[in-house]
Design a protein around this ligand. Structure first.
Ligand SMILES: [Mg+2]
Length: 382
């Protein structure tokens, strides 16, 4: 079996799919994208094609190592996201060729169903309550909300009070056992993060995500010693080497590797195993499309420490398209009581509707995240 063809497709809202084909007609799909840098990632995917052309796609590990080590320079979001999508597509082909789901090739399932959580809108306390109750009515047992708006190096009391009011309102409306995760998006700095964690502790959040930027690893360590709230991060970390320091410093409770950024199925499986040896859970990051989510689930079902899966149905970005829009088996993403069932098809378990993808593809699509400024004109974290 030899790889003969590679194509890429940019799709709304902000997705990029790669399609690999073999000489005997097998097709595999992957989702290699850095949100906001789709063109750069797409160029990188095509730049890697000479390493793949004519190779046996079933040698996933050999090809992963070649792409990772073969170019001398390594790591970073663009190269690792390109490798991630290619890795997903290679596993998809291998699974289809062997007639097996990928989790079966990783040792088989450790669970029967996987808990998923949903984002809520949280512009105001009222909106947050309405959105959380809607998700609860759909069966979700946990939600995630944005923590704070654009903020400076020291947050004012209004920022702190506003967040506390929102979280208290959601807690009151959903009850004591509902999971409330709060994503700070790396917006807070050390001083405000300490205050916010202390004030939020009585409300028992499920976890706080990116309380500060992960590049400030020593601040993470300090916050972890300071607060009992579980800390989560990892969507901006790449490969095992990007997670090693967090685990060694013992400053995180939940790793959130992104299957489309951290190195694909091959690498996130290894990151999960590394995390297990430090008694740390994983909750793969996935605000992306159907192939990325399918890849997450393959790792989740085979990893004992995967505790919860992010997914993008109903996310603000997705207006007009949802993750099942480009699938001919959308039932794989039907949730029941807050869980997704085991996908049982070969490979990734999703059937991409190729005709629809070709029709919807927009070669110049260039989604960009907003750029936030403070009142004084300073740029600040999105
Ligand atoms: Mg996040």
């Amino acid at each position: 079996m030899k790889l003969t063809k590679l194509e890429t497709f940019r799709l709304k809202p902000r997705w990029l799919l790669v399609r690999l084909e073999t000489d005997d007609g097998f097709v595999g799909w992957g989702e290699p994208v850095v949100e906001g840098r789709a063109g750069t990632t797409e160029a990188c995917v095509h730049e890697l094609w000479p390493y793949l052309l004519g190779q046996d796609p079933r040698r996933v590990e050999q090809l992963w190592q070649t792409l990772y080590r073969g170019g001398f320079y390594r790591g970073g979001p663009v190269l690792t996201s390109a490798i991630s999508g290619i890795d997903q597509a290679l596993w998809d082909i291998k699974g289809k060729a062997m007639g097996a789901p990928i989790y079966d090739m990783l040792g088989g399932t450790v669970r029967d169903k996987m808990q998923v959580y949903s984002w809520i809108d949280s512009d105001t306390a009222e909106i947050a309550v309405k959105s959380a109750k809607e998700k609860q009515a759909l069966g979700f047992r946990s939600i995630k909300m944005l923590g704070i708006d654009a903020t400076g190096w020291v947050s004012d009391s209004e920022t702190i009070t506003t967040l506390l009011e929102k979280v208290q309102a959601v807690r009151d409306a959903t009850g004591p056992n509902f999971g409330i995760a709060i994503d700070f998006h790396g917006r807070a700095h050390k001083s405000s993060a300490r205050t916010l964690l202390r004030e939020l502790e009585p409300l028992k959040p499920l976890f706080i995500e990116e309380p500060v930027l992960v590049e400030n690893e020593e601040v993470f360590a300090e916050l972890h010693r300071f607060s009992a709230i579980p800390l989560a991060t990892g969507e901006r970390c790449y490969t095992r080497w990007g997670f090693k320091g967090l685990l060694e410093k013992g400053c995180v409770d939940i790793l959130q590797p992104d299957l489309s950024h951290a190195g694909g199925i091959s690498e996130v499986r290894r990151i999960a195993a590394m995390a297990e040896t430090y008694d740390v859970a994983i909750a793969p990051h996935c605000p992306l499309g159907p192939v990325a989510l399918a890849a997450c689930l393959q790792v989740d079902f085979a990893s004992i420490n995967a505790f919860m899966q992010e997914q993008s149905i109903g996310m603000a970005y997705n207006k007009g398209q949802e993750i099942d829009s480009y699938l001919s088996n959308p039932e794989v993403f039907v949730y029941q009581d807050g869980f997704v069932r085991l996908p049982d098809g070969p490979g990734l378990g999703v059937t991409v509707d190729e005709e629809k993808v070709r029709r919807a593809s927009e070669p110049d699509l260039a989604w960009k995240n907003p750029v936030l400024h403070l009142e004084d004109g300073c740029i600040t974290e999105w």
